[in-house]
Design a protein around this ligand. Structure first.
Ligand SMILES: *[C@@H]1O[C@H](CO)[C@@H](O)[C@H](O)[C@H]1NC(C)=O
Ligand SMILES: *[C@@H]1O[C@H](CO)[C@@H](O)[C@H](O)[C@H]1NC(C)=O
Ligand SMILES: *[C@@H]1O[C@H](CO)[C@@H](O)[C@H](O)[C@H]1NC(C)=O
Ligand SMILES: *[C@@H]1O[C@H](CO)[C@@H](O)[C@H](O)[C@H]1NC(C)=O
Length: 428
């Protein structure tokens, strides 16, 4: 029951946000927020409370790194924003592409500041770092033809991100840098879209040095999160509701959400509503949660998604099948010339993969990560995070994310260069 209360509040606040009531509430709240004394709360990280209100590029600039903005346009017209921290030298052979999770953004890789966030750790070692923002989130809402307020714009799921956006992004990065491969790091949905691409556009496997999959979201059989279980159980009713309301977006980013969240979830209260909702969703790990980082996070996430993305995940969870979106028998036949939605052919994934997974991840159960690894034609390198309390979100903002995960990625990158592993040999 504990979980249901915040969930109800979350859903009602989402609905309020969706219906556009929130901005005025938040404006009224902002005066009070300003008087909250954030300085009383320190942080483990070199970050400060203003960071929740800055964009990814503004954060990178603030912390003294060079930043460039780029765009790649996929074959179906969606324009994907890319944020680059260029390398000072050409020491490393491959650029790094970092892809965020559901309802998140490129900011996930810089939120916990220098010396801790993965993007900065890579930049410090002179890697060429590219952060993608998948279609429909706050930074990637443009299309060559469609208006981002139109129904047609929002008619996509993570299938199109993997099938159109990632190939366009990879081609763009290779074109800009002259490299022949990128190394890929994805968290959660950032891994789902990768495996969509690698199975349905198999020619792109050749363009990947190694894929580092943080909490891979392909097998979802054992989701432990009570709010997510509730969502899954009520998905049909929600589908009806959203259809009736004509809502295509799920939790779009609002400039006022930071003010609202700070009012509802004061940093001084370690059991505030946001912390409860988040920990019931991703798995509780209070010792490794930094209160300021958690506060800043709600300025950035949710960053927007399509309703269809959620339904596609619900289908994946319900059927246990990694398949394209299921439109029902009749419409599947029209679209796919088959009653069933086509399955992604994971046998075609030849890019080398390293999987990081965590015991206290309430979205991607460790057994699901292991089950997934068995579907790949070449056994991936498996890395179970040492901290038994590590959760789904800890991959992004835990106090110990650096030693538990990022140091291992850095070591793997260095090791591969030392042994002159072109990235292809181990896959064969
Ligand atoms: C990062 O860590 C180094 C030492 O490891 C320290 O000299 C530097 O000041 C730190 N930078 C920040 C921004 O905390
Ligand atoms: C099938 O497609 C039609 C036309 O696009 C639509 O009106 C109908 O609701 C769809 N049926 C299902 C079950 O999705
Ligand atoms: C799946 O991919 C493998 C490897 O590329 C291929 O041999 C096989 O025919 C594919 N299966 C289907 C059903 O397309
Ligand atoms: C690394 O391997 C590539 C081919 O895989 C080769 O062309 C290159 O010369 C090698 N570099 C070194 C330093 O051994």
């Amino acid at each position: 029951m504990i979980a249901v209360m915040p969930l109800t509040l979350l859903l009602s606040s989402s609905l309020i946000v969706l219906l556009g009531v929130a901005p005025s509430v938040a404006d009224a709240a902002s005066a009070e927020v300003r008087s909250e004394n954030a300085n009383d709360i320190g942080s483990f990280f070199a970050i400060d409370i203003e960071d929740g209100a800055l964009s990814t590029s503004e954060l990178i600039t603030k912390y003294g790194y060079p930043v460039e903005s780029h765009e790649a346009t996929g074959a179906d017209g969606y324009v994907i924003s890319l944020t680059r921290i260029p390398a000072r030298t050409q020491r490393h052979p491959r650029p790094l592409l970092l892809v965020h999770g559901l309802l998140a953004s490129s900011a996930d890789y810089v939120l916990i500041g220098p010396n801790n966030s993965l993007a900065y750790l890579l930049a410090d070692r002179d890697y060429d770092v590219w952060l993608a923002d998948m279609r429909g989130n706050r930074y990637s809402r443009r299309h060559t033809r469609l208006d981002s307020d139109s129904h047609d714009y929002w008619d996509f799921t993570w299938h199109e991100m993997g099938y159109y956006d990632l190939p366009a992004v990879i081609e763009y990065i290779l074109g800009q840098t002259g490299a022949s491969q990128v190394d890929y790091i994805g968290h959660s949905q950032g891994t789902t879209v990768f495996f969509v691409m690698a199975s349905s556009r198999p020619e792109y496997n050749e363009k990947i040095g190694r894929m580092y999959a943080l909490s891979p979201a392909v097998c979802l059989k054992r989701v432990r999160s009570p709010p997510v279980q509730w969502l899954l159980q009520n998905i049909d009713a929600l589908h009806e509701l959203f259809n009736a309301l004509g809502v295509h977006q799920f939790l779009p980013h609002l400039s006022s959400q930071y003010g609202l969240a700070r009012l509802l979830c004061p940093m001084t209260d370690p059991e505030n509503l946001c912390i409860q909702v988040v920990s019931q969703t991703v798995g509780p790990n209070p010792k490794m949660a930094d209160m300021m980082a958690m506060q800043i996070l709600v300025g950035h996430d949710p960053a927007g998604a399509s309703i269809k993305q959620l339904f596609h995940y619900a289908q994946l969870q319900r059927t246990g099948q990694f398949r394209q979106y299921d439109y029902g028998r009749r419409n599947n036949t029209l679209r796919y010339s088959h009653w069933n939605a086509p399955a992604y052919n994971l046998s075609a994934v030849t890019a080398p993969v390293t999987i990081f997974y965590a015991q206290n991840d309430w979205l991607i159960d460790p057994r699901d990560a292991v089950d997934f690894s068995k579907l790949l034609p070449t056994p991936p390198t498996m890395h179970l995070v040492e901290d038994a309390n590590f959760n789904h979100l800890d991959f992004t903002i835990a106090i110990n994310a650096r030693p538990m995960v990022y140091e291992h990625i850095l070591a793997s990158l260095e090791e591969r260069e030392r042994s002159n592993d072109s990235g292809r040999k181990r896959a064969r």
